[in-house]
Write a protein that binds this ligand. Structure first.
Ligand code: ATP
Ligand code: MG
Length: 433
């Protein structure tokens, strides 16, 4: 029986000492997205299974092996979202957003569920920052969406990520390419995995994305999609690369990328690192011009990416990126006796109303252990309140880093004095935040 004090395989907790890292990354990603004109979209954790079958594709690993699908009590087939694009596009169609000014630009921060073999950088519940742009077929849009992802990675301070790009064409190029693939893979009919045998009939391009070592080896001399692009897709790809050059975004063309989801057309890309083992794709995306129509909306070009936040944080930590620590406590009031405790509560209310993080004792500790606690939480200033201070109406505000003490009036200008001192400390060279 499962131990109820253990989380399910492949899931993760974010403890209070780790959560600031997540908040920093999430805020930064959202802030960068907003500078490109993206607004947040939220959508359900689960959708009708059919949505993912139609969008992600029936011959993909995600659909064939990884979805959390179940019948609900009303006998409907429901699936926990394995990715964010399908739900976003369903919401875009359902809410009539296709009638708004184009391009429509949305971002999300969301959890995704895939029944995978858990390992470093691969979880059964993971989190993605995703951006989707709807309504532009221009190669400039492809460059812009990559520029957004690139800016996020750059702002977090991640280095040495490689951007790999490719074009997987449109249904018109794909038909010729699939025929070529079928011809090529037929020689391996007897050794490819069972899933690929089915793919050979239904969707030969998926063979290029199989993770099984034997199947991977067979792909070595497979025909390359770039040799099969139609004129329109080729022009798009060339122009897209020019925009990347213009934006100073380094890339490599990798004609082997096909991406694990069926809905892509034309541009696909991945940001890859070698520093976190084999799960090195931190961000992946591309154009999906036929998806909206496929799931019942009016034909509209679109593109986007998903960035895996667990992998992102893993690389960032490995590279020693400095994440903000939890905000330190600006003021700790050590109070002795009930009257002092009441005065402390009163002062804290004023201080917190100004946005400062401030604490006092809530456990009935003595002075010495209150000061120890103040030290533990990294309080920048402390104030000791006892009968004497209450009588005179003044107390000493102590800077815990320099030991310096300042007299402060408890009833008049208290918050201002604290605020002046905190500001001075911020600019004194020691970093507060
Ligand atoms: P992979 O090839 O690593 O399985 P994928 O092609 O299935 O990735 P996408 O569907 O494109 O991945 O998802 C976008 C991003 O989400 C990935 O680049 C990765 O950073 C992250 N991601 C995908 N699956 C997982 C997972 N199981 N655990 C953690 N992160 C994941
Ligand atoms: Mg995968």
């Amino acid at each position: 029986m499962a131990l109820i004090t253990q989380k399910p395989k492949g899931t993760g907790d974010v403890t209070p000492s780790q959560s600031n890292k997540w908040q920093t990354v999430e805020k930064l990603a959202a802030d960068v997205a907003k500078t490109f004109g993206f607004k947040e979209i939220r959508f359900p954790t689960f959708e009708h299974t059919e949505l993912f079958l139609r969008s992600v594709g029936e011959t993909t690993d995600v659909v064939q092996k990884e979805m959390y699908t179940f019948m609900d009590k009303g006998n409907r087939s429901i699936t926990l979202r394995p990715e964010g694009t399908a739900g976003t596009m369903r919401a875009v169609i359902e809410n009539g957003l296709l009638n708004e000014a184009m391009p429509l630009k949305v971002y999300y921060l969301t959890s995704c569920f895939r029944y995978e073999k858990p390992q470093a950088g691969r979880f059964r519940e993971h989190h993605q920052f995703g951006c989707e742009m709807v309504g532009s077929d221009s190669p400039m849009a492809d460059a812009e969406i990559i520029s957004l992802a690139y800016s996020v990675l750059e702002r977090i301070g991640i280095k040495k990520l490689k951007l790999h790009i490719n074009s997987i064409g449109c249904p018109c190029c794909r038909e010729r390419y699939n025929t070529a693939l079928k011809d090529y893979f037929t020689q391996y009919r007897d050794i490819i995995c069972e899933t690929c045998l089915e793919r050979l009939e239904k969707n030969p391009m998926r063979l290029l994305d199989c993770k099984s070592p034997v199947c991977r080896k067979n792909t070595e001399n497979a025909p390359l999609i770039l040799d099969y692009l139609c004129e329109d897709c080729n022009t798009h790809f060339e122009s897209f690369k020019k925009y990347l050059d213009l934006l100073d975004i380094p890339y490599e063309t990798d004609p082997k990328i096909v991406r694990g989801l069926d809905y892509y057309t034309k541009t696909v890309f991945e940001f890859i690192t070698e520093e976190i083992g084999s799960q090195g794709t931190v961000c992946a995306g591309g154009r999906y011009n036929n998806l909206i129509e496929e799931i019942g909306g009016k034909s509209t070009p679109a593109l986007g990416f998903g960035m895996g936040l667990e992998r992102l944080i893993l690389v960032a930590e490995k590279q020693g990126c400095r994440f903000m620590e939890n905000i330190p406590c600006s003021l700790y009031i050590a109070a002795m006796g009930e009257n002092a405790a009441m005065k402390a509560a009163e002062l804290l209310k004023l201080v917190r109303a100004e946005g400062y993080y401030a604490e006092t004792d809530l456990t009935g500790r003595g002075l010495k252990s209150q000061m120890k606690y103040a030290d533990k939480i990294g309080a920048v200033f402390t104030l000791v309140l006892g009968d004497n201070e209450l009588e005179t109406g003044t107390a000493k505000l102590k800077n815990m880093r320099t030991g310096e003490q300042t007299d402060v009036n408890l009833s008049d200008g208290f918050v201002k004095t604290l605020s002046d001192n905190v500001t001075a400390e911020m600019f004194s060279g020691t970093e507060l935040v």
